[in-house]
Design a protein around this ligand. Sequence first.
Ligand code: ADP
Ligand code: MG
Length: 699
Amino acid sequence: MQLTDDIQFLKGVGPKRAELLNKELNIFTVNDLLRHFPFRYIDRTKFYKVNEIKEDFPNIQARGIISNFKTKGSGRKTYLTADFSDQTGTIELIWFKGINRIKQSLTSGKEYIIFGKPARYGRKINIAHPEIDIPEDAGKKIGSSMQAVYPSTEKLAKNNFTSKVFRKIIAGILQSPDIKLPETLPAYIVKKYALLSYRDAVINIHFPKNAETLKRALYRLKFEELFYIQLNILKIKYGRKLKFKGFVFSEVGENFNRFYSEKLPFELTGAQKRVIKEIRKDFASGKQANRLLQGDVGSGKTLVALMLMLIAIDNGYQATLMAPTEILAQQHFKTISGFLEGMNLDIRLLTGSTKQSERRILHEDLKNGKINILIGTHALIEDTVIFKNLGLAVIDEQHRFGVAQRAKMWKKNINPPHIIVMTATPIPRTLAMTVYGDLEISVIDELPPGRKPIKTIHAYDGQRLRVFKFIKEQIQAGRQIYIVYPLIYESENFDYKDLEDGLESISRAFPPPEYAISVVHGRMKPEEKEKAMQLFVKGITNIMIATTVIEVGVDVPNASVMIIESAERFGLSQLHQLRGRVGRGADQSYCILMTSYKLSKEAKIRINTMVETNDGFKIAEVDMKLRGPGDTEGTRQSGIPFELKLADLSKDYKILETARHAADSTLSEDPELKQDKNQILVKQLKSLITRNKKWGMIS
Ligand code: ADP
Ligand code: MG
């Protein structure tokens, strides 16, 4: 038997079941089947007494006599029942399918071992479609007391494709005399990290010899999974280092120093200083810097970006800052121009709405080197935008940009400029190491002093009048208010009703001329949105009612209250992002999470987490635990899809670190994987990339 054999020819499979497995679980070959791993194990050493069995138990095992078969109902609703008893009592077994087969195969009055999930229909506890063994067979199974339970689907379950069936088919493969399970990691790695062989790992994950061996099998397979992800991503990083020279920014010069001593209006935080130091080291190294700068909203990333750009200018290069939206680009332009006033630097703005005539001049000044800093939207990665000598590109809120857009930045000079990508969406360390594994990571984990932490309050819909009263008090005190409604499916039509209803009640509660309201939603034209935003930014309106289209990163320091309607419908990182819109000024800020009374368990965790902490990294960890790494904001928006079969980034941090270290040390010795002992890695990577096409896109 070959690993590549089609499953339909396996014993116990056949064309019908093969088709089910193809369609439901994407399993086509023997190897796919072997890599369909159990997600838990059941202890088959424990036997329950009948009188101990409760309806809310998970699968249980019991030993007793089956008797008193009765066929009930009629036609298609015929079903079969039987009594199952031991010395302590009797429960009922039920079958809705395969009735004749069951009656034939079981003997009334004989002892059996049953296994299944207890439930209650009417007054009796019963077990539907139990697995049944005769006691003499109990000890004869391969493996041990730990019995594998496989991920399944509704359709498979309907077709009686149980874990027992999986176990039987997989046992058949593993017992086949000519099956080969060749090693998938180089021998030196297996040895160095004391891993179980691939063969033993596969056998034991399906049929564990004991708990200890199962642990080692899991470790080995998780290690391998994470190792190849790291190898793939680190290979890109090593490749880049071989291919490109980095511009050397050897000195901190006049502009940086002058800004630091004359213009900087406050002391840098310790974290800002540390991060600037880390990046300066990159700049001086002769290698191209590729760094992810993570920092919670309000941690002062813009200022860090600005100071890095000054270093580029001091070394004779140009710098650019790209933001995902027009409003953000404008805001950066304003902030940075303000900071650098009187410093004799040429700073320009380029966005989609820059006029053609202006553009022509700008292009010219950029090419001849007159412009020092160009700030803009993705308009600045267009091919027509040519720098004289771009040395540093900063990309803000980088998760909003696709990989392809980032790649364009690379081509803006003979050698790629240093790239710093900034994000305010905190990503747990394990996830960052995986999704942005090719980037160095810096974290600003400290907020500027004097900020009052935002107070977060959970309020039910019934408390709305009190919330309105609070809004009025805040407006009276001169503050501004955001009220945000959920945007479902990113499609304007769905949420519009919510917003419309809300708008009506809020307009009634906050009538003109005393109050002025701005509205922004997805149905509006960009110019209309922009206009409404600007009214709020300028403080002309008191209340901004919006769907989540309100821009990430917009800075209105006077806004001190964020009200999130139907907060239970938002994800954690989205809630955190929205909350970050307030708390930017000196005043105490508030975030009020409005929900209905009925909350799911997960929604409760999300709301409580928000009430308990302002720490974006803690929130990101909870988010990852709730949703799994593939669905976490940072991952989805990075455009790099990855699914882990076994490893869990919220738990397997240690394995990840070890695997990354292993991949790194292999590549530092053999960056292009040319050595003989590493050919197995080349082969495995290739097959992983073919199977997982998007792996190739990571950059
Ligand atoms: P973000 O990381 O969200 O982009 P910003 O760069 O917009 O944060 O900074 C938020 C605010 O904090 C800005 O008004 C900025 O001027 C201010 N700020 C930045 N660094 C400091 C500091 N070290 N001390 C005091 N205020 C700071
Ligand atoms: Mg910012």
